[in-house]
Design a protein around this ligand. Structure first.
Ligand code: UGY
Ligand code: MN
Length: 252
């Protein structure tokens, strides 16, 4: 038996997803599940990769209990959205629940497995070493316990920086929580690219010259210099997880 969208009902070719040279908006109705080598009892949705022009990859992993992620292709960041994930890397062993996250340096032998049915965000990229800067070390944290800081003095827009603020790290991953009606105070245009997953709530995202309604579950990639702005709409806060490349000379 067919069901849902694959049955009689369909959307006549409509979606909020859109692909532009300077950004990508992907809504869950267009997600395609696939496999990557070494991954068992899990499927991945590759949101962005160098195939789109990004210098990193971000994917969602959906695990059955006992599922295992394949080998990393560089440094790796994992953020648990649902369920429980065990990270075993060198002498480090941690069980991460919802909001738990880990940074695993490039080249570290690792096993990432699901203790129970789980869903996680995975970000990987080749590490960019910098002269005079030590390599980053394994790091774990729990998002709700990270101190929040008001962005540019706006108490209604709270940022949590999940990774240590040292030059060793060549990227940042933050959460940003907007009270209803809160917005970025400026249109940002910057060299860094972003991978963004909407975690809660929604609002309007300006991307380049376009304005898009976005909601929990949506993914956005922003290319370097993509003009960007967000305003939260609704009666509950809007929250997203956002990657950016960081801390490196622009010619490296
Ligand atoms: O850190 C950032 O660049 C962030 N403020 N960008 C964004 O939310 N689109
Ligand atoms: Mn930005």
């Amino acid at each position: 038996m067919h069901s849902g969208l694959h049955g009689g009902l369909h959307n006549m070719g409509h979606t909020r997803s859109v692909r532009r040279p300077s950004y990508l908006l992907l809504t869950p109705d267009t997600f395609i599940r696939t496999q990557i080598p070494g991954t068992t009892k899990a499927s991945v949705i590759v949101h962005v990769s160098p195939a789109m022009g990004a210098a990193f990859t971000q994917y969602s992993a959906e695990f059955e209990a006992g599922g295992v992620l394949g080998a990393a292709a560089g440094e790796r960041f994992i953020y648990v959205l649902e369920g429980s994930v065990a990270v075993d890397a060198g002498q480090h062993k941690h069980a991460l629940g919802k909001g738990g996250y880990a940074y695993i340096p490039q080249g570290v032998e690792q096993r990432v497995s699901a203790v129970e049915k789980a869903q996680a965000v995975v970000i990987e990229q080749p590490y960019r070493a910098a002269k005079g800067v030590g390599a980053p070390e394994f790091f774990v944290g729990h998002e709700p316990e990270v101190a929040a800081q008001a962005l540019m003095g706006d108490d209604d827009l709270q940022v949590r920086s999940l990774l240590p603020d040292t030059m060793a790290f060549d990227f940042a991953v933050n959460t940003m929580t907007y009270q209803p009606g809160a917005a970025l105070s400026m249109v940002e245009i910057h060299v860094m690219e972003h991978g963004l997953l909407m975690l809660e709530g929604g609002g309007i995202y300006r991307l380049d010259e376009d304005w898009h309604p976005v909601t929990a579950g949506d993914f956005i990639w922003m290319a370097p210099y993509c003009p960007q702005w967000f305003g939260a709409i609704g009666k509950t806060p809007a929250k997203y997880l956002i990657y950016k490349d960081w801390n490196r000379h622009p010619l490296r």
